[in-house]
Every structure is written in C-alpha cells, then in structure tokens.
Design a protein around this ligand. Structure first.
Ligand code: ACM
Length: 522
C-alpha cells in the first residue's frame, strides 16, 4: 500500500498528455524537462534510470543525408553555449547526438523518434522535416541555458526517454505583415528562428498592401521605388526587399525546415501599387501614398488589360524566386471592388497562378469564385459559420484556420495592452488556446482542415520587441494546437508546460507577455 505522500507525488508526475507515470519520486527532478515540452509530443516514455550528459568530445553523427541542415542548426545553437566543438560527422561512431533514418512508419512524413541512452541521443526520422522537428524537441530537453549565445557552465544533461512524435496537421504557419510596417531581413530572420523552435513549417510574408509594396519586381520598378518608400506613420527609406534579399530570406527559412508563402494582396489592399503606377487606376491617375490604417478603399482596375499584365508579371517574377509551391493572392476586404468584378478578377488571375506552377492560397473570401479543390482558403473570420468555406470543404478543399478572434497575434491580450488592435476582440492566452481547429467552423471537419496559421498584422507593431510581445506566448499556443494530438488538449495541463518556456525565452532575449493566466517557471 502506497503512502499518501507517495500517491500525491505520483499523481503530480503524470507526464502531461502521455498518461505515463514516473514511478520514483527521487527521479522526479530529472524528468522535469519531459513535462515541459511545447508542443506536447504524441508519446513520451520516460526512462528514469538513464541520463545522457553531453561531453566535450561529443559529436553530431549523421547516417542520413536528410540530417545535414538540421545538424548544422543544432550545432549552431549548442556550440556557443556549451563551448564544445560538436563536429558534424558522417557515420555513427560513439558518444554524441545521432541523426539517422529508419523511424517507425507511424512517424509519417514529418515525425521522428527520439531515444536517450547513456551514450547517445538518437533521433530517427524519415525526412529532413522529421529531423528538424526532432531537434526542436531535443533543444527543450536540454537545460534552458543551452540557448544562450555565450559560454555557460554545464552539465548538459538530457533525461532518459523514448519519444515518438508526429503532427496533427501538416500546415503549421505564422504570418508577418511587412507592409504596414517594414521589417529588415535581420528582424525577419529573428522571427523565423523563433517560430522554427516550435515546429512551425510555413512562414507567410504579407508583402503588399495599401501602405507598402515590399518586394522588388524588376519589370515594374516603381512598385518599390515609390510604393516601397514609406509605411504606417510616415517613416521613409528603402522599405523593401531586393529580389536577392528575398531569396536569401527564403533560403534562410528553407535551411530551417520552413517554406515561405509570399502574399501579394489583390484586388483590394493595393494602394501602394496604385500610387506607383498611374495605369493601374481606372482614371489613369496615381494615388497618393498612404500611411494610415484604414482598410477597404483601394481596388485594382478590373476591366483594364494592363491590370492583368501587371498581375501576371508579379506572379511570374515571384514564382521564379520562390521554391515553395504556394502563391497567396490575398483577396480579403475588397470592399471597393463590386462583387461581379471580384469574380471577373479571380477568374482571370487564378489560372495565371497555375500557369507559373504554383498552388493558390488566399484569404477565404476568394474561395467563392472557384470550384478548384486544390485551392487553399485561409479562414480569418470571427464567426463559426461560413457557407462558402463549408461548401469548399464539402467539395474537398483543405482549409487553413486563422480565426481572428482566436489566433490573430495582433489582437490585444486585454484592454490595457498597449500594442495591437481589438476589432476581433481581446484574446488572452487561454482564449487563444480554447478552441478546436478541427471542429470550429460548421461544416469543416478535422479531415478538411489542412492546419492553422497565426497571422501578425503590424499596424501598431514596429520593432522585434513588439513582434515578440504579441507572438509570445500565443505563437507557441498556435504551434501546440497545430501539432499536438487533440486528445491532449487541456488548459490546466498545458499552462504549466507553456510557463516552463519562460526561462528559455528570457535567455533567448524574447520580449514575451507574462500573462497572469500562465504559471511562469522562475
Ligand atoms: C484580414 O485580416 N483582412 C485577412
């Protein structure tokens, strides 16, 4: 018969969501890291008698070509903090971190197994994605100071465990609006690094809007010369990416397992283009540059051929420098485009995206204009009913879920939040967590959900610190909803796991919002 104290200790040691008990209280501390993973893996089997300690002579050993980039990512994180050389070598030779293939087929195209033995941490995966995801988990199993940019004191222990893991949804996205405020390549890379750590695999860049056109288009140079010269609030400068800078950003994301989805919003949200070229306006007159935050006042000229020459040139140039398969055409809030014109526009533009080899994604409004079941609507509404999205799901389209009152990262947390907007409501951390993407929209079932995306609009966001304050901790919330099995969805278990990220974010210099709803680890 167990003592009362032991029973209480055992109850406290249930690994969140896994149903696995750690059966020795003396081993509890070692297993703490296993209870602090975000997103929660599918299976976590602790081995309380085992601890792996990274040694100064440890190597990162590869027996899978897929693992090279993930190994480089891991080495770049651990070398500065541990001070160890951590050479990356082909072949499995002994002490260290082993990245190999031959994972259980249950892990699927993006999953992995992670096994900790006294001599090695072995990550098995059948794809490069799987290795990136396994590495993200290993980072959280190491002490938080492993994330430091300067040399720290060890020991660098990893608790004994066997993990088998794979995502609930393929699409786990984050969006950054670089149009309302422009963010430099360095700022964008910083955010890419932050989302990557939570197994986010799509990065959606909102590259054009009324306030700014942010990517060089060589055949239409005024788009950036004029349209990329200012932003909300009126700052001026070179507020755009050259094609080389964009290619570098895309490669940076790709080297971290992330696919960039470029968005050029049309036929509304187009003032920056219309300020750059007179011919894009029905009256042939350039619009003034706009530095305010209203929406819905601009529209491309639907019945001019030059509009489609412009759109085709943009799609052609962007597609040529975007290795990912998607082109996001916006399509939202076209309040100045009559409905019939909106349909006319989409009927001409959707085939152009196909012509250049890309799959169309867009804000959900566009889906009413097409029966193409490969097109991907991104739901951003605030209701749980949308007849057009439900009809598309019935036809077989897969939906990306971004309900604004749940995972728009620019919504204020509460009425005192200085940054952000509140048109979709106040979204505290628990609100962001308390919905089920697979049963949220009427008529859109789990099987019709491609995944989720957390957009960050930047009307009020100007710095990396601003980005981080709005994204943390809600971006990791979105990552959990997109990755972890629906069966582990439970706020009381999730909140401490989320709170355990606090020390890690402090070491990484992430300016997170320390919500009082979350029990932050000191
Ligand atoms: C949107 O928030 N207008 C997509």
């Amino acid at each position: 018969m167990k003592s009362k104290q032991l029973q209480a200790a055992l109850a406290a040691l249930v690994i969140a969501g896994s149903g696995v008990l750690v059966t020795d209280t003396a081993e509890a501390a070692k297993s703490t890291a296993l209870q602090e993973l975000v997103p929660q893996p599918v299976q976590v089997q602790p081995h309380t008698d085992i601890t792996y300690t990274l040694s100064p002579s440890a190597k990162i050993q590869l027996s899978s070509a897929d693992a090279r980039k993930p190994a480089e990512l891991l080495a770049n994180i651990l070398r500065p903090s541990t001070g160890y050389a951590l050479p990356i070598e082909n072949g499995v030779t002994g002490d260290g971190i082993v990245l190999t293939n031959g994972a259980d087929p249950k892990t699927g195209p993006e999953g992995y197994q992670l096994d900790v033995t006294p001599k090695q941490v072995v990550i098995r995966a059948n794809s490069v994605q799987g290795h990136f995801n396994g590495i993200s988990t290993l980072r959280q199993l190491l002490p938080a100071k492993a994330e430091a940019k300067t040399k720290q004191q060890g020991p660098w222990q990893v608790p004994g465990v066997s993990i088998l893991d794979h995502p609930r949804y393929h699409h786990r996205g984050a969006m950054l609006d670089v149009s309302r405020h422009f963010f430099t390549p360095a700022q964008v890379k910083r955010y890419i690094d932050q989302i990557q750590a939570f197994k986010i695999n799509y990065f959606h860049l909102h590259l054009s809007d009324d306030q700014g056109w942010r990517l060089e288009i060589k055949s239409w140079p005024e788009l950036t010369k004029i349209g990329g010269s200012t932003e909300v609030g009126g700052r001026t400068g070179k507020l755009f990416y050259t094609q080389d800078e964009y290619k570098d950003l895309v490669a940076y994301a790709q080297n971290r397992g992330i696919t960039v989805i470029p968005e050029f919003d049309m036929p509304g949200h187009t003032n920056a283009a219309q300020a750059s070229y007179a011919e894009l306006n029905c009256d042939g007159k350039k619009r003034p540059l706009y530095t305010g935050t209203e929406v819905g006042f601009s529209s491309l000229c639907i019945n001019k051929d030059i509009t489609y020459k412009f759109v085709e040139d943009v799609i052609k140039e962007v597609s040529a420098i975007t290795p990912g398969p998607y082109f996001h055409l916006g399509g939202d809030e076209a309040l100045s485009t009559p409905d019939a014109d909106y349909v006319t526009f989409m009927n001409r533009v959707l085939p152009l995206i196909k012509k250049y080899g890309k799959t169309t994604t867009g804000w959900h409004e566009f889906i009413k204009t097409t029966k193409d079941t490969t097109a991907i609507p991104q739901f951003w509404g605030t209701t749980t009913t949308d007849a057009n999205v439900a009809a598309a799901a019935q036809r077989g389209n897969k939906i990306v879920m971004s309900p604004a009152n749940r995972i728009y990262l620019d919504m204020k947390y509460n009425k005192n939040t200085k940054l952000g907007l509140d048109w979709a409501g106040l979204v505290e951390v628990k609100d962001a967590y308390s919905w089920n993407p697979g049963a949220y929209l009427n008529g859109v079932t789990e099987a019709s959900v491609r995944g989720i995306e957390a957009p960050l609009w930047t009307e009020t966001i100007r710095t990396s610190a601003d980005i981080e304050y709005m994204a943390f901790p809600r971006l990791p919330v979105a990552a959990e909803l997109g990755w972890s099995p629906a069966s582990v969805h439970n706020w009381d278990r999730f909140a401490p796991r989320l709170g355990a990220q606090g020390p890690r974010w402090k070491i990484q210099g992430i300016n997170f919002y320390a919500s009082t709803q979350v029990p932050w680890k000191k």
